[in-house]
Write a new protein. Structure first.
Length: 276
């Protein structure tokens, strides 16, 4: 069967299964199965595709039909201009989180603590972008830390990052100029509103934080002052409707210099706090 027919058949099957991005996904999955760049597909459009490759493509297609995200199928996700490895053990990094990087990138510091590093995209990105920085990155998941270490090594910053297995601050020592985190912030009351791609394929521990989604903030914020340098800064990702509640938690812990940062779509995406 020629590649042109394979692409058309794959896109049609994905579309009939309700995949809105069927044509795009068909090209991505086909290129992955053939182990060629997407840009090469047009050059090979009249080439014959072996039965073995079609079989591999069908397996990938079934995973997508079951709503597994393309990034999880491929095992990679682009973030801040770099391609990171991801897997079932970590939250799929999304462009929303780049809002945190965008805010801090022009404010380099020497010491960073990231809580809940997951795949390590935040820690590794800051280690890559800032020449003189030491990063401590924590996670409660051993599997997540293994992957984060792989990503750090991929970009040659493993010597700038200390990975620590820790439930938030439990195994953390020292003081930091920047404490940054994308904690779980979805409430159990919202779980029915989450897409299958997220609910089924991202770890629940990385998604949900109690009934109202605020449990992680209630655990993290009261302890910040023990680890934050006097002129340090805290940057936390938040849900679009949580800025008021998280600001109140910060105020009750002595943080009165608080700002909300919006993402590219104008939604509240991060909260920034300093002591005072």
């Amino acid at each position: 069967m020629k590649l042109q027919r394979v692409l058309a058949d794959t896109a049609l099957k994905l579309s009939h299964s309700g995949i809105e991005s069927a044509a795009r996904d068909a090209r991505i999955l086909t290129a992955h199965a053939l182990e060629v760049p997407i840009s090469d597909l047009s050059l090979k459009i009249n080439d014959k595709v072996s039965a073995e490759m079609i079989f591999e493509l069908e397996k990938l297609m079934l995973r997508r039909i079951n709503r597994e995200p393309i990034s999880k199928i491929l095992g990679r996700r682009d973030f801040w201009g770099r391609t990171f490895s991801i897997n079932k053990n970590v939250l799929d990094p999304r462009g929303d989180t780049e809002t945190l990087i965008d805010y801090v990138i022009e404010k380099p510091v020497r010491s960073v603590l990231e809580l809940g590093t997951g795949s390590g995209v935040i820690a590794v990105t800051l280690a890559c972008e800032w020449r003189e920085v030491n990063v401590t990155a924590t996670d409660i998941s051993e599997d997540a830390l293994v992957l984060a270490e792989i990503n750090a090594a991929k970009f040659n910053v493993e010597n700038k990052i200390q990975f620590v297995k820790s439930d938030w601050f439990n195994n953390v020592e020292g003081m930091y100029d920047l404490i940054i985190s994308n904690p779980p912030y979805i409430g159990w009351i919202e779980q029915d509103k989450i897409s299958t791609e997220v609910a089924k394929y991202d770890p629940k521990i990385a998604l949900f934080a109690g009934y109202d989604g605020l449990d992680a903030y209630k655990s993290i914020i009261p302890k910040l002052t023990k680890f934050l340098n006097p002129d340090g800064i805290v940057v936390l990702e938040i849900g679009a409707s949580q800025s008021k509640q998280v600001k109140n938690i910060l105020n009750s812990s002595g943080f009165f210099d608080v700002d909300v940062v919006k993402d590219l779509f104008g939604k509240d995406r991060a909260i920034v706090a300093k002591l005072g």
